[in-house]
Design a binder for this molecule. Structure first.
Ligand SMILES: [Mn+2]
Length: 364
C-alpha cells in the first residue's frame, strides 16, 4: 500500500520568516489551537504540518477542514503521514472494503466514521462499504481532493520535513511513500542526514527507558529533530511546535501544549534513584497486590516492581496489560511550576518541563 512513488515538494520560504513545525495532531483540535496560540502563529510564519493530523482523536474532520482552511493562505503546508493516506481506499477492492467497515465499527472514530456520521449515515446500518465510500467520495470531494494532493515530504535549502524519516542513501526522487511515512524509531537507527530532517510519527518518550519525556529531541550530530509529543496517544502527552527562527537558522526552540492545570510545588523532593517506564506493546504485568487506588505490580518481561494506578490496569486478571506508566519520582524544588495530570490521595502525577513523574508533597 505504501510502495507507490512518493511526492516531494520543494518549498521556497521567504527569508526572515519563522518556520513552525507540528506533527501528529491526530484529530485533536484543542491541542492544535492551543499550541498555535502559544507559538503566536500568524500569517507571517510558515507552518509545516508534518503528517498524521487526522485519525485516533475525536475530531479528524474538524482538524482536516481547519488545516485546509489554513492552507488557503499559502503559508501553511501539510504533509501526508501514514494516518492521512486514506484516499488509497478508492483503489481497494470489496474484500478490503469489508475490513474497512469492520475497522470503522471497532474504532468508532476516525475520518471515515466521522464522515459517515456527518453525512447522516449510521455506520452500523451500512450494508456495503463499497457503495458507501463512493457516496463519501462525492459528498466530501474537497476533503478527499486535499488529502490526495498532499506531498510526502517538503524540502527547503537546509531542511527536509517528512512524517517519519527518509533514506539518506537514496535520492529523494527515488523515495517510495513508505520511506517517508513508515520509518519507525528513526533515532534508534544509524541514519544521519545532510539536511536537517524533522520528523514526527514515533512518540519521543518511547526513546526513554526509565523516564517519560515528551519534549522534542534535537540530535545535532545526525541532523535529526524528532517532535511527536504523543498528543492523543498518551494521557500525559503534549503537542509540540518546533520553532525555526528562519530558513538558514539552527537556533531551534519549541513550545508545547497540554491541557493540564498548573500548580506550584511547596516541598523539595529528590529524584528516585531508579525508575522504569512501562509502555504500550510491552505492558504485561502481574498484579501482586490489588487495592482500590494503587496496585503493586511486576512487569512480566523485566521483573521490575512498581505501584500502578489500579484504573490503569486493563483487566481484573492477575496478568494484564496496563496503560503507560512510570514510578519515577521527579526532582522538584519549592516554587517549581508543574502541570497536574492525576490527583491521588497521597501524591500527584505531574509534568515538570515535559518530564512526567510523581510528587508526594503539597501543591498550591
Ligand atoms: Mn505516524
Amino acid at each position: 500500500m505504501y510502495k507507490r512513488k512518493a511526492l516531494v515538494k520543494w518549498l521556497d520560504i521567504p527569508e526572515n520568516r519563522r518556520i513552525l513545525v507540528i506533527s501528529d495532531i491526530h484529530g485533536n483540535m484543542e491541542y492544535l489551537r492551543g499550541v498555535l496560540d502559544m507559538a503566536g502563529f500568524c500569517d507571517e510564519d510558515a507552518l509545516i504540518i508534518d503528517g498524521d493530523f487526522i485519525e485516533k482523536g475525536s475530531d479528524s474532520l474538524g482538524v482536516l477542514r481547519y488545516v485546509m482552511e489554513l492552507s488557503k493562505k499559502g503559508n501553511v503546508h501539510a504533509i501526508c503521514g501514514n494516518c492521512d493516506d486514506w484516499p488509497i481506499i478508492f483503489k481497494a477492492d470489496e474484500k478490503v472494503d469489508e475490513q474497512l467497515l469492520e475497522y470503522i465499527l471497532r474504532k468508532k472514530r476516525g475520518i471515515l466514521w466521522e464522515m459517515c456520521n456527518a453525512a447522516g449515515m449510521d455506520p452500523f446500518e451500512i450494508e456495503s462499504f463499497t457503495a458507501c465510500k463512493k457516496e463519501l467520495r462525492r459528498i466530501f470531494k474537497a476533503e478527499w481532493d486535499f488529502l490526495e494532493s498532499l506531498p510526502h515530504a517538503i524540502e527547503t535549502e537546509n531542511f527536509l520535513f517528512a512524517h517519519s524519516g527518509a533514506d539518506p542513501q537514496k535520492p529523494l526522487s527515488e523515495h517510495l511513500i513508505q520511506d517517508f511515512v513508515r520509518c519507525d524509531h528513526l533515532l534508534s537507527t544509524d541514519r544521519s542526514f545532510e539536511k536537517w530532517t524533522v520528523v514526527g510519527h514515533w512518540p519521543v518518550m518511547l526513546y526513554g527507558e526509565n523516564i517519560v519525556c515528551a519534549n522534542p529531541i534535537i540530535e545535532r550530530a545526525r541532523k535529526i529533530i524528532s517532535i511527536d509529543g504523543a498528543c492523543v496517544l498518551k494521557d500525559d502527552g503534549q503537542l509540540n511546535c518546533l520553532i525555526i527562527p528562519h530558513k538558514y537558522s539552527e537556533d531551534f526552540s519549541w513550545v508545547a501544549y497540554d491541557p493540564f492545570p498548573e500548580a506550584v510545588v511547596m516541598d523539595d523532593q529528590k529524584a528516585s534513584e531508579r525508575s522504569y517506564y512501562i509502555r504500550w506493546g510491552d505492558s504485561r504485568v502481574q498484579v501482586l497486590d490489588r487495592s482500590e487506588e494503587f496496585s503493586r505490580c511486576r512487569h512480566v518481561r523485566t521483573g521490575y516492581e512498581m505501584d500502578i494506578l489500579t484504573k490503569y490496569l486493563f483487566s481484573d486478571s492477575e496478568f494484564t496489560d496496563c496503560n503507560d506508566c512510570t514510578d519515577y519520582v521527579l526532582p522538584l524544588k519549592e516554587g517549581d511550576v508543574v502541570r497536574v495530570v492525576e490527583v491521588c490521595s497521597d501524591r500527584y502525577f505531574v509534568k515538570h518541563k515535559g518530564i512526567s513523574g510523581w510528587y508526594f508533597g503539597e501543591l498550591r
